[in-house]
Design a binder for this molecule. Structure first.
Ligand SMILES: [Fe+2]
Length: 258
């Protein structure tokens, strides 16, 4: 199945643990253009390389809400012994050392109702990409099967399809919590007076996690250092490789839902 991005997952680059280590830092992706700015946003420019890969454990543990001695209702989580492995962290917050994926602004171009489609690149010009990853629950270990990953992005010229669903699609995670899709590298577009770095918008949802809106960025983009929305944990490296039978770029972005 040439057109099934999950094929490349089956060849398996990384184990679940590696994935966690590699992307524990990943947080929710954010949005883009000005108008939307209203929402969120952290500043964090800087997007230094390495954000995507590095180890997560300790790094900037700020994200993890940490321990919690105090939370009252923890009792309700009950027997973490056999049932829901996420029961405890759902009540107390992410497991120690586990960083939930950071969020990012929605942006003005989201459109509900995108079709389930994992080959967004079909018929389009641009640099082919395979983006893959795993969606985890709040312990950073339990994969979430059946999570919905809703992505949308600009084309290689920096334009969104606001009339239809080109470069918009949903992917459902498989039994191991994994998702993958083919696309083309998004182009830059002007946000006010300056360009936004290339990015892909994400909305990720699952019954066992808090729905997340975020954005994915790519190392080395010259506009990352001046973009007001980029968060380092949302920047991943891209490596050259075979993408659906052609030369392209491959990136991995794991998502941890709170
Ligand atoms: Fe955008």
């Amino acid at each position: 199945m040439k057109n099934d991005p999950f094929d490349s997952l089956r060849t398996g680059h990384l184990s679940r643990r590696q994935a966690i280590r590699a992307f524990a830092g990943a947080a929710a992706l954010i949005g883009c253009a000005d108008d939307e700015l209203g929402t969120t946003s952290t500043t964090g420019s800087g997007g230094g390389p390495g954000a995507g890969s590095s180890s997560a454990s300790g790094a900037g543990g700020g994200a993890s809400q940490s321990s919690s001695s105090g939370l009252g209702g923890a009792g309700g989580a009950g027997g973490a012994g056999g049932g829901d492995p996420l029961a405890l962290c759902k009540v107390r917050g992410p497991t120690d050392g586990c960083m939930v994926t950071e969020d990012n602004i929605l942006g003005p171009f989201y459109k509900a109702g995108a079709p389930f489609e994992s080959d967004l690149a079909a018929g389009l010009d641009g640099e082919l990409m395979l983006i893959q990853g795993t969606v985890f629950g709040c312990d950073c270990v339990t994969p979430l099967a059946g999570a919905i990953v809703d992505v949308w992005q600009a084309d290689s010229d920096g334009a969104y399809d606001n009339a239809g669903f080109v470069l918009r699609g949903k992917i459902e995670t498989d039994a191991d919590g994994r998702y993958a899709f083919y696309t083309v590298k998004p182009g830059w577009y002007l946000n006010g007076a300056q360009y936004r770095p290339a990015h892909i918008h994400y909305k990720v949802s699952h019954a066992d996690g808090v729905a997340l809106t975020t954005q994915l960025y790519f190392e080395g983009d010259p506009y990352i250092p001046i973009d007001p929305f980029v968060k380092d944990s949302l920047v991943i490296p891209l490596a050259p490789g075979d993408v659906n039978g052609s030369q392209g770029l491959i990136g991995t972005f794991d998502v941890v839902l709170a």
